[in-house]
Design a binder for this molecule. Structure first.
Ligand code: PLP
Length: 356
């Protein structure tokens, strides 16, 4: 049976990425060696790393604009710490927008480095919206936000204009929509939401913001060291980087971010239209802030849970259960999820309505 994979992460990737990366484990580049057994300093792997770094910048429209792309370890969670380590000035401060669990985890780490100003928070409303009216302290070393709140299903549709560096956790919507990425000074994203398997994190950083914190930074946590070493300061996660490269190539062949954005919007519109039309369901987040990537929704009458769960599972849908902090359902519609899978879910919701 065909499975429709709505997993929030690690998540669905293009089939050709599974096929090609599987082949590379058996025989990489016709070398009769596995990608898992060659040196990361070999010509073949260095070429993978170089192309992955260049292609990430190219897709984001940042080539030749003073940015560097790195594939680091430690997940997006380590970036919560690396960002203040590298950017918050000694005795300085930083401003954060609190839009969800991940944003608040980033805030928690920053507090160890200096004054951490939370410019606005939607915590009191269980993060069902993105706060809009706030002022950013311009004496801050940087402003940090989370573009897409994976757990709560909200997404920033616009970003503040500010003269201080803007840092953004784009783990769950990088490469999914057109943005002016040059407005950001540092972008990071754990690969496993929209780019590749777990095990590597993409960091895109404008070089000119580095080296100004006045702190001693441990070698492995210093972006400057990783840039100097061309993202090979230590052994990189060779297989996750290769699989990420394959996903980026897939995206480029599809027409890049502009092309995938249209598809992503079609998928989200299809599902949200049904959530709004079907009287048995309601959306979990406010309409204007709804995420195109992660749609969160609830049953109006929870006593129907068992029946609905049976129906979607029978249709081959996987990974639809909501995060415990919201409950209900979460449909994660990352780049590689085909619109046919969304249609299957919408059909199940319609049939479920007929049965009630
Ligand atoms: C999943 C996620 C994280 C955590 O990523 P790890 O790679 O597991 O550390 C951070 N931020 C956002 C927005 C996420 O969706």
């Amino acid at each position: 049976m065909k499975i429709h994979n709505y997993s929030a992460g690690p998540c669905i990737l293009p089939q050709e990425v599974f096929d090609k990366s599987a082949q590379s484990i058996l025989n990489f580049n016709n070398s009769n060696l596995s990608i898992l057994e060659i040196s990361h300093r070999s010509k073949d792997f260095v070429a993978v790393m170089d192309e992955a770094r260049a292609l990430a910048l190219e897709l984001l429209g940042l080539t030749g604009k003073g940015y560097q792309a790195l594939f680091l370890a430690g997940g997006a969670s380590l970036e919560f710490l690396m960002v203040p380590y590298n950017l918050m000035k000694v005795e300085g401060k930083a401003s954060y927008l609190d839009t969800g669990t991940w944003a608040s985890s980033a805030i928690k780490e920053a507090k160890h480095f200096g004054e951490t100003i939370v410019v606005a928070s939607s915590k009191e409303q269980n993060y069902n919206h993105i706060p809009k009216k706030y002022t950013i302290d311009i004496d801050s070393s940087y402003f940090h936000c989370t573009s897409n709140n994976t757990i709560f299903g909200t997404q920033m549709k616009s970003f503040p204009d500010t003269d201080i560096p803007v840092v953004c956790d784009m783990s769950s919507d990088i490469f999914s929509r057109v943005l002016d990425f040059s407005k950001f000074d540092l972008i990071y994203a754990g690969a496993q939401k929209n780019m590749g398997p777990a095990g590597t994190t993409l960091v895109v950083v404008k070089e000119e913001i580095l080296g100004k914190s006045g702190r001693y930074i441990p070698s492995m946590l210093d972006y400057v060291n990783h840039i100097k070493a061309e993202s090979m300061y230590n052994t990189p996660a060779v297989f996750p980087v290769y699989a990420s490269l394959l996903t980026l190539q897939w995206l480029k062949n599809l027409g890049g971010i502009e092309a995938i954005e249209k598809i992503n919007n079609d998928k989200a519109n299809l599902l949200y239209a049904e959530i709004d039309r079907n009287s048995l369901f309601k959306g979990a987040s406010v309409s204007e802030d709804r995420s195109v990537m992660n749609a969160t929704f609830l049953l109006n009458d929870e006593s129907h849970t068992q029946l609905f769960d049976e129906m979607w599972k029978k249709a081959g849908i996987s990974g639809l259960t909501g995060h415990r902090s919201v409950g209900g359902y979460r449909a994660s519609m990352y780049n590689a999820l085909p619109i046919e899978s969304v249609q299957v879910l919408v059909d199940v919701m319609k049939n479920f309505e007929l049965k009630n």
